[in-house]
Design a protein around this ligand. Structure first.
Ligand code: HEM
Length: 138
């Protein structure tokens, strides 16, 4: 039987994969390797889409998980969680726009939007893993 913890772990792994592919995609374009950049960014996009599907499944089946920490760590946790949720909502259409602009070869606009999309998306993916670690491993 699948558990809420197993799905949360899968979600953290998918977020880690998205962050890793993003870094590899960024490194590729800095080395002017456009084909690799495209592959890595589409892999990051796929990992994030799978994360979203798995996250929604977990929410429907198991609801959300309470953070049990007390004291100052509670403020740290909620500051990370709230910034993560707000930026995740904001970045979703930006990621789609950046991918579409890249695939349509509208590169000047792609670059302009990507400079915002990349750091926000990376922050969202990394804080997704941090929230998981604080909830389940600390
Ligand atoms: C959301 C996913 C993506 C992100 C975050 C992203 C990010 C970036 C960034 C930050 C740059 C500029 C690098 C720099 O100027 O220092 C760039 C350039 C580029 N991207 Fe993407 N990218 C994504 C998806 C794609 C896709 C799917 C393609 C498909 C072909 C693509 C093609 C390119 C190309 C060809 C350039 C070079 C543009 C130029 O030479 O002016 N990107 N990308």
């Amino acid at each position: 039987m699948i558990t809420g913890y197993a799905l949360a772990t899968l979600n953290a792994l998918l977020n880690s994969c998205a962050a890793l592919f993003m870094v590899l995609g960024y490194r590729a374009i800095k080395r002017k390797d456009k084909a690799r950049h495209k592959r890595m960014m589409l892999a990051a996009f796929t990992a994030s889409c799978l994360f979203l599907a798995s996250y929604l499944t977990r929410m429907v089946l198991f609801g959300d998980t309470r953070f049990e920490g007390q004291g100052a760590i509670r403020y740290v946790y909620f500051a990370i969680l709230i910034s993560h949720v707000l930026l995740a909502t904001a970045v979703a259409p930006m990621v789609i726009g950046t991918v579409v602009l890249g695939l349509r070869d509208r590169l000047a606009t792609h670059r302009k939007l990507a400079r915002w999309t990349f750091p926000i998306w990376a922050y969202v993916s990394v804080t997704g893993v941090v929230v998981y670690l604080m909830l389940y491993q600390l």
